[in-house]
Design a protein around this ligand. Structure first.
Ligand code: SF4
Length: 260
């Protein structure tokens, strides 16, 4: 079983950038779906669990008999992570070594996203792995404010980048304001069709179309900015906006509609 995947369509867009980047993504089974009583998404909310990226794309393809091969693979990786950590870690390192060789041969930048469908403090538990590959760019999105604070305070490895991912709670909105005002990135889900152009300003801040590619370290130069992501999968239903997780573009395209 491979631990990393590279086939996610949005991730593949990185290979078309002016400075192409190839990203390995680790997809575990999120929050408490591991069945071992461990919550791998401590900052998750009811809305993000309901519309989780785990149930979008291939993850949303459940067969008539109820099986989902994508979720089964994520569960198997997660079981190894939780019950055979050293074996898991050694395989992670081997796959990154191969990734670096592949990228070097083709003139690609090498990146790794460990929290494809989880929210674990990898900057802490895989610090040595990140430091062993100083030329590899590790990046994640997080809903956990203290992971972001740790990163912002310079306590994470230098080759790690974190984007704060806003949820529907007032606490998350307030923390997002702090992140934006400190000149950093906040991911925000908006109601928009796949082909709809996104505004360049949102809620008083610069906005980036986060669906163009996934590699956020390239966006760090924008300063405080929203990374707008179109609602996908179950999030597109009415409850997405009603829950406060998905934002209407019409409400907040240019003015400040949420506290910042
Ligand atoms: S934090 Fe991310 S991966 Fe975890 S449940 Fe929420 S959307 Fe899914």
């Amino acid at each position: 079983m491979k631990l990393f995947t590279t086939s996610n369509p949005k991730i593949l867009k990185g290979e078309k950038l002016a400075k192409p980047v190839r990203t390995l993504v680790l997809h575990l089974i999120p929050h408490t779906l591991n069945g071992l009583g461990v919550n791998l998404c401590p900052g998750s909310t009811s809305a993000c669990r309901r519309g989780c990226i785990n149930v979008c794309g291939h993850g949303g393809m459940t067969r008539k008999d109820g099986t989902n091969t994508c979720h089964n693979a994520r569960l198997a990786r997660t079981t190894l992570f939780l019950t055979g950590f050293q074996t898991f870690k050694e395989q992670i390192v081997r796959e990154i070594v191969n990734h670096v060789r592949y990228c070097n041969k083709r003139g690609l930048r090498a990146a790794v996203r460990l929290n494809g469908t989880s929210d674990i403090n990898f900057a802490d538990i895989f610090r040595d792995v990140m430091e062993a590959f100083p030329r590899v760019s590790f990046y994640d999105y997080t809903k956990v404010s203290h992971y972001w604070i740790m990163w912002h305070n310079g306590e994470a490895p230098k080759n790690y980048h974190l984007t704060y991912s806003m949820s529907e709670t007032p606490q998350s909105h307030a923390f997002a304001a702090r992140v934006l005002n400190s000149g950093n990135l906040v991911a925000c889900v908006v109601k928009a069709t796949p082909k709809q152009a996104l505004p360049s300003y949102f809620n008083g801040f610069k906005a980036i179309d986060g669906d163009r590619h996934d590699y956020r370290p390239d966006d760090a130069h924008h300063g405080g900015a929203y990374v707008l992501l179109r609602a996908k999968g179950p999030m597109r239903k009415a409850w997405g906006v009603e829950s406060g997780f998905v934002h209407e573009l019409s409400v907040a395209a240019t003015k400040t509609a949420y506290a910042v």
